[in-house]
Ligand binder design. Structure first.
Ligand SMILES: [Zn+2]
Length: 366
């Protein structure tokens, strides 16, 4: 497991003191009221979304960076799956580096979107429900549905843009990849500017937070920052650099450096799906993230508990490894490998045109 870097251990210099006292004095509210927050300052809030069995509020930690100049509201959410943590230091470092004097508009950072999951090292909410499968929730009903509803209603519906930060689930690893509806040019440009290893075209209609944003006409991308339950220095740094480029593109922050051609272009995938096991047993996956393979290549094999090979899995088509399983134990139907289907040449050309230097330099679509 990668150790957090020295840089990551440094506190965020937002308030004069750090540590517990800061948390204790953070204002508790039940709604994000941006217009009441001071311009040219960082504001911390705990926003109440539901109550637990002790009648105690469940409060989501939010930091708002409100620039002196008017502009859009840019939302960043992390840990909607409670054990997907790499997005949290991305937010910490972004906040540390923003100059409020130069910021046009407001950046709202939801540092931990799924507080109960975060506290229990779990992907799901208290009641075992995956919050990113039930968005936008419901004002009445199961606790997870009410919490999801309040998260959208009280916080994310205020945004003009959304970047939702995730990682793989425990037992799996991911590349640094972005899911976005690439038919929308602004989404394609946000995805490209993040400069992940892989970009997957993924129109959302799936009860995710991004899907809700999309239905509201909000440009939105999901960033999968590699592996769960850890801080990984390189992908965190790359995501942070990408966030700065996106914030510059939407006209909220000045460029830190002129946009240069990227060293390695992202792999473009038209869609993706998981290969699943047909048997139960011990699995060995023979590919690493971002690897390319051809139709018919051996992807993985399963043995029984005595070590005899019981099944081999071959690629059903050409593809790339977006992510894969690292937990050898798998029942029937277990996930093996997240297969990215390469984008056809004509759509790659279309994407390149959308993300041409002229179009990236233009602020016309923001
Ligand atoms: Zn996730």
């Amino acid at each position: 497991m990668n150790q957090p870097s020295e840089e990551l251990r440094q506190p965020i210099p937002l308030l004069p003191t750090n540590g517990y006292e800061n948390v204790k004095h953070v204002k508790r509210v039940d709604r994000l009221e941006l217009e009441n927050l001071p311009r040219g300052e960082f504001s911390r809030r705990f926003i109440e979304l539901a109550e637990n069995g002790m009648s105690r509020p469940i409060q989501v930690p939010v930091v708002v960076a409100r620039g002196k100049k008017d502009g859009p509201i840019f939302g960043i959410t992390a840990a909607l799956h409670g054990n997907e943590l790499n997005g949290i230091p991305v937010i910490h470092q972004l906040l540390r580096k923003i100059s409020l004097r130069n910021l046009r508009g407001t950046i709202v950072c939801v540092i931990v979107a799924n507080v109960p999951g975060f506290l229990t090292d779990r992907r799901e909410f208290i009641d075992g429900v995956d919050l990113n499968h039930i968005m936008p929730g419901s004002p009445t009903g199961k606790m997870s549905h009410v919490y999801a509803h309040n998260l959208v209603d009280r916080i994310t519906s205020h945004f003009d843009y959304l970047v939702d930060l995730h990682t793989a689930s425990p037992g799996r690893v991911n590349s640094l990849y972005v899911r976005a509806d690439l038919e929308k040019p602004i989404n394609a440009r946000m995805a490209y500017l993040l400069q992940p290893q892989i970009i997957v075209n993924n129109p959302p209609s799936d009860y995710t937070l991004r899907g809700v944003a999309d239905e509201a006409g909000m440009p939105a991308i999901t960033v999968e920052i590699c592996d769960p339950q850890t801080f990984q220095r390189d992908p965190i740094r790359k995501t942070l650099q990408g966030m700065h480029r996106i914030l510059n593109h939407v006209g909220m922050l000045p460029a830190r450096a002129p946009l240069k051609p990227f060293k390695k272009e992202p792999i473009l995938c038209d869609r993706s799906y998981w290969m699943l096991t047909e048997r139960g047993g011990l699995m060995n996956v023979f590919h690493k993230v971002t690897n390319k393979f051809g139709k018919g290549d051996l992807i993985s094999q399963q043995t029984n508990v005595f070590g005899d090979v019981i099944h081999q899995y071959f690629a059903p088509e050409d593809g790339y490894v977006i992510g894969h399983c690292v937990n050898p134990i798998g029942q029937t139907g277990a996930r093996i490998l997240h297969l990215g289907v390469p984008m056809p040449a004509d759509r790659i050309e279309q994407f390149k045109e959308t993300c041409s230097p002229e179009n990236l330099a233009s602020k016309g679509d923001v």
